[in-house]
Design a binder for this molecule. Structure first.
Ligand code: NAD
Length: 348
């Protein structure tokens, strides 16, 4: 399925055209209070076609939120959901569209990348499960970098490093590194460069709109990389830590990524070469870790509030879950060691 994508400053103003192109007439908004200005703009552009709003999307898409909102959306006879926000708002849009006949329009304000993947992660009774289905892929995305200008520095950094994890994991897959899909491999590498350079430019000038645009484009390409490959050990670990131990999504990715890259490095020479070139570093795992340190991001699971005694349980849950591809197989003991390093924030 192809998506309609609009990219550029001010593209939120095209929301009416996008809704019309999809043939929709009753749009339900998913947007938190902090997006009040964008919501007001959308309401003025859509007029009576904006039929309702929910502001309480939560991280890791708990199923009880979805089942609480779905009857309202049905009652209002909405034919589209329009999410303004990060991956949490997008996740709720996907979860609703999985249950009701709804088109999805996403206006991303973080770098999560979920808007271009057919992947839905939902948490049921403390367990996060992901499903992949072309029906989950949003119909349209409006990338307006102006809406990401307010993202605080801390979230900007962790969200961008979360986005980096998508091409990193995609670049382990035989399709991409084996040369079978050079265009997708090139895009994945481009995503890394855009995200890395965007962070550097934003650090020099926190008000830079071009840096924000570069980061958002990087997030777009990163999401496409995730869509083109299966998720491996890194994403699996983060789903366990987020779903069962309620750790914050992008910060968890930031802490775990260098540790998993370090674990996989001996079995992924080609990928490490791509990472070194994209980030301009001599060693990929250390390069990612040092980037987080330099930008003031968390480097340990302890900082995120995880208890040390939960490390072993998280390792068991990771291994006990469904199969996932990874360049280097892992035993429970190896995952426990990896998680312990992440808990302490050890430099790889
Ligand atoms: P989020 O959507 O929860 O946003 C984090 C915080 O940032 C929230 O408090 C939000 O209100 C705030 N925020 C968002 N945009 C802002 C802005 N422009 N200015 C100021 N504050 C802003 O977090 P996230 O990291 O974007 O998304 C995490 C969720 O996305 C998780 O549930 C994760 O599983 C999911 N996800 C799914 C996929 C997929 O392909 N299925 C990919 C990535 C992430």
């Amino acid at each position: 399925m192809t998506q309609r994508i609009r990219f550029g400053a001010g593209t939120l103003d095209a929301v009416g055209d996008v809704v019309a192109e999809l043939g929709c007439t009753r749009v339900f908004l998913l947007a938190g209070e902090r997006h009040a200005t964008a919501v007001a703009r959308v309401r003025s552009l859509l007029g009576p076609a904006a039929v309702g709003r929910f502001a309480g999307a939560r991280m890791h898409t708990p199923i009880e939120v979805t089942t609480a909102v779905a009857p309202r959306v049905r009652l209002l006879r909405a034919d589209a959901v329009l999410a303004i926000g990060g991956g949490s708002a997008t996740g709720l849009a996907k979860a609703l569209a999985a249950r009701l006949p709804l088109r999805q329009i996403i206006v991303p304000t973080t770098y999560a990348g979920s808007e271009v993947t057919p992947v839905l992660g939902e948490t049921v009774a403390g367990v996060k499960r992901t499903r992949r289905d072309p029906r989950f892929l949003p119909d349209a995305v409006i990338y307006d970098p102006d809406l990401s200008m307010t993202l605080p520095w801390g979230l900007t950094v962790t969200s961008a490093i979360n986005a980096m994890a998508h091409p990193v994991e995609a670049l382990y897959s035989p399709e991409l590194v084996g040369g079978r899909d050079p265009a997708a491999a090139g895009r994945a590498a481009d995503a890394l460069v855009l995200l890395h350079d965007g962070l550097r430019a934003l650090r020099e000038d926190e008000r830079s709109r071009s840096a924000r645009a570069g980061l958002l484009r990087g997030a777009w390409y990163a999401g496409q990389a995730l869509a083109s490959a299966q998720m491996g050990l890194h994403h699996r670990l983060c789903h366990v830590l987020g779903g069962t131990f309620a750790l914050p999504h992008s910060a968890t990715h930031t802490v775990v990524l260098p540790q998993v890259v370090s674990y996989n490095a001996p079995a992924a020479a080609v990928t490490m070469g791509i990472l070194r070139r994209a980030l301009g570093v001599a060693d990929a795992p250390r390069g990612i870790f040092d980037l987080a340190v330099r930008l003031g991001a968390p480097t340990s699971l302890a900082e995120l509030g995880m208890r040390e005694e939960d490390v072993a349980a998280a390792a068991r849950l990771t291994l006990g879950s469904t199969n996932y591809p990874n360049p280097r197989p892992a035993t429970t003991a190896e995952i426990t060691r990896l998680l312990a390093a992440a808990w302490h924030g050890a430099r790889p």
